[in-house]
Design a protein around this ligand. Structure first.
Ligand SMILES: CC(C)(COP(=O)(O)OP(=O)(O)OC[C@H]1O[C@@H](n2cnc3c(N)ncnc32)[C@H](O)[C@@H]1OP(=O)(O)O)[C@@H](O)C(=O)NCCC(=O)NCCS
Length: 159
C-alpha cells in the first residue's frame, strides 16, 4: 500500500478573510469536560476516511488525553453543538511555540453542513484576536474535505 504523504500548511492570520460560516449551531470553546465526547466524535469522524488506520475508541480516548495533557490551546479550541451533542470540533495546541491545528473533525451525520468551517473560523479569529500571526497544520495528501476546508481559509502549502 502506498505511504500516505503529509503536507505542511500555514495560515497567515493577518490576511484572514471575514467569517463565512452560518452559525446555526452553537459554537463554543472546548474544555477538559468535553474529553469523552471528543473521543467518540474523533472516532466517528475519522472512520472510513483516508486518515483512519483502524483506531479504537480506547485509542481515540488516548489521543484526546494526550492533547489535553500536552500543550492544548483551550482558549482557541472550539466545538459545535447541535441538539446538545458535540458534532464538530477543532483542537489547537502549541507546537514549537506556534499554534498548531492538531485535529478537526465533524460527525458523519453533520459533514458538509458548514460546521467544520464554523469551528475552524472561530479558532482562527480567536487566535488572531490574541495577536497570533500564523497557524500550522498538516493534511494527508488526498484528504479532499480537509484540503478544501483549509484552502478556503487561506492555508498555503509550505516546503
Ligand atoms: C475535514 C472535515 C472536518 C470537514 O468537516 P465538514 O464539517 O464536513 O466541513 P464543512 O461542511 O465546513 O465544509 C468545508 C468546505 O469543505 C468542502 N468539503 C467538505 N467535505 C468535502 C468532501 N468530502 N469533498 C470535497 N469537499 C468537501 C465543503 O464543500 C466546503 O467547501 P465550500 O465552502 O467551498 O462549500 C470532515 O470531513 C472530517 O471530519 N473528516 C475526517 C477527519 C479529518 O480528516 N480531519 C482533518 C485532518 S487534517
Amino acid at each position: 500500500m502506498a505511504e500516505s504523504v503529509n503536507v505542511r500548511y500555514e495560515i497567515d492570520l493577518s490576511v484572514l478573510g471575514p467569517e463565512r460560516a452560518d452559525r446555526d449551531a452553537t459554537v463554543r470553546r472546548l474544555d477538559a469536560s468535553d474529553s469523552d465526547a471528543l473521543a467518540q466524535l474523533m472516532l466517528d469522524a475519522y472512520v472510513g476516511t483516508i486518515d483512519y488506520q483502524g483506531e479504537t475508541l480506547a485509542e481515540a480516548i488516548d489521543e484526546v488525553d494526550d492533547w489535553l495533557g500536552g500543550s492544548p490551546m483551550l482558549a482557541h479550541s472550539y466545538g459545535a453543538v447541535v441538539g446538545g451533542r458535540l458534532v464538530s470540533a477543532v483542537l489547537v495546541m502549541t507546537l514549537d511555540d506556534v499554534p498548531f491545528v492538531a485535529y478537526v473533525m465533524t460527525d458523519p451525520d453533520h459533514k458538509e453542513t458548514g460546521l467544520g468551517r464554523a469551528v475552524v473560523e472561530a479558532a482562527l479569529s480567536s487566535l488572531r484576536e490574541s495577536s497570533h500571526e500564523r497557524v500550522v497544520l498538516y493534511i494527508t495528501k488526498g484528504n479532499a474535505a480537509s484540503e478544501r476546508l483549509f484552502a478556503t481559509v487561506g492555508a498555503q502549502p509550505t516546503d
